[in-house]
Design a protein around this ligand. Structure first.
Ligand SMILES: Cc1cc2nc3c(=O)[nH]c(=O)nc-3n(C[C@H](O)[C@H](O)[C@H](O)COP(=O)(O)O)c2cc1C
Length: 365
């Protein structure tokens, strides 16, 4: 297997050998330095929720219908008056320059080839202005406010002026989670890799300093609403009351997320809290869910339970490590193809037709 460090984006790795998202992780483990692999793969605490995020999808049974016309399938999703080509986005993830030499440039190019949005982390290793030059699909910006309103306000202005179409403020990380496995592996940013939009410009070590994290309170959402001119999402909602309050404060969208189980252990899987949040949101704003999306059936289940779209995290990071831009494009292609197959197999011609009538056992309405 090719070493990730020598793989500059146009991949010599035979990506047609990768047939499903879970194939990327073992290959990435081989090419990544151990601390970087551990940084991606690990979760908080005893990793109960990390496992649960995937298992909760596995427990849901699909109840298909037959004999419908599924010769052509529509995966487009309307969002804020535009169309997304599919209900799949790339979740924000820090420090991609440690995962592949192309870093976030590989991801932005891979996402662009598939025409799907990429949410760029505040802890990107490539400046947003460079990423936007390469973007062929919408770029959204994930915001860590870093406890500094002046810095945050400038940063929001900068990313919006660059062309980011949305700001997703992460609200579930007042301090970094207790990531024993990551800490044990001693993950640090490699020399020469930095984070230009982090207040310290620092690396993973700096990020562990809680003063640099985002100790937000509700009044800060009011303030953010007043400075964000593009769409404002809150990322990290797990409770219907929090979703409701954020919507009443004027946010444009809710991201149901437990941060990929990296912050607090033994909290519920996101797919299990989604129905209650969907019910409370009641169509007022779109809802995106992430955590544990690995298969087309997972995307289907999330949409069945009321998500407008989903984000994936780890799978595309492993794909980036293995094959740079080509790896990311292959990863998105595989998930999208699976979704199209699954739609046909359950007898639905459009993602817009999905609801809980496809769930077994029947859900009381
Ligand atoms: C390596 C890694 C880095 C991440 N960095 C960020 C980040 O900078 N900001 C953020 O809001 N979420 C971050 N996340 C969380 C993801 O946005 C997303 O919520 C999560 O990965 C989804 O779960 P999945 O990996 O099971 O698909 C990160 C996740 C991973 C795996």
């Amino acid at each position: 297997m090719m070493n990730a460090a020598t793989n500059q984006g146009q991949s010599a790795v035979p990506l047609d050998k990768f047939l499903a998202l879970p194939d990327f992780e073992p290959a990435a483990k081989q090419v990544l330095p151990h601390p970087v692999y551990e940084y991606i793969a690990s979760g908080a605490g005893n990793e109960i929720t990390l496992i649960e995020n995937e298992r909760a999808y596995d427990r849901i049974r699909i109840w298909p219908r037959v004999l419908n016309d599924v010769r052509s399938v529509d995966t487009t999703v309307p969002l804020f008056g535009k169309m997304l080509s599919s209900p799949i986005l790339l979740a924000p993830a820090a420090y991609q320059g440690a995962m592949h030499p192309s870093g976030e440039l590989g991801t932005v190019r891979g996402a662009g080839r598939a025409g799907i949005p990429f949410v760029v982390s505040t802890n990107t290793t490539i400046p947003i202005e460079e990423l936007i030059k390469e973007a062929r699909a919408p770029l959204w910006f994930q915001l860590y406010t870093q406890n500094d309103r002046g810095y945050t306000s400038d940063l929001v202005q900068e990313v919006e002026a660059s062309g980011c179409e949305a700001v997703c403020v992460t609200v579930d990380t007042p301090v970094l989670g207790i990531r024993t496995r990551q800490f044990r592996a001693g993950f640090q940013l490699p020399p020469g890799v930095s984070t230009p939009h982090n207040r310290r410009g620092g690396g993973a070590g700096g990020n562990i300093d809680p003063s640099l994290h985002s100790h937000l309170q509700w009044q800060d959402i009011d303030w953010l609403r007043s400075i964000v001119r593009s769409k404002l999402w809150v990322k990290g909602i797990l409770h219907p009351d929090d979703a409701d309050r954020a919507i009443k404060m004027g946010v444009d969208g809710i991201m149901v997320s437990n941060h990929g189980a990296r912050n607090i252990d033994t909290i519920p899987a996101t797919i299990d809290v989604l129905p209650a949040i969907h019910e409370r949101v009641a169509g007022r704003v779109p809802v995106i869910v992430d955590g544990g999306i690995r298969r087309g059936t997972d995307v289907l289940k999330a949409l069945m339970r009321g998500a407008t779209a989903v984000m994936m995290g780890r799978p595309y990071l492993y794909a980036l490590a293995v094959g740079g831009e080509d790896g990311v494009a292959r990863c998105i292609e595989l998930l999208t193809k699976e979704l199209i197959y699954v739609l046909r197999l359950v007898g639905k011609a459009s993602v817009k037709e999905l609801d809980r009538s496809l769930e077994w056992p029947p859900v009381a309405s």
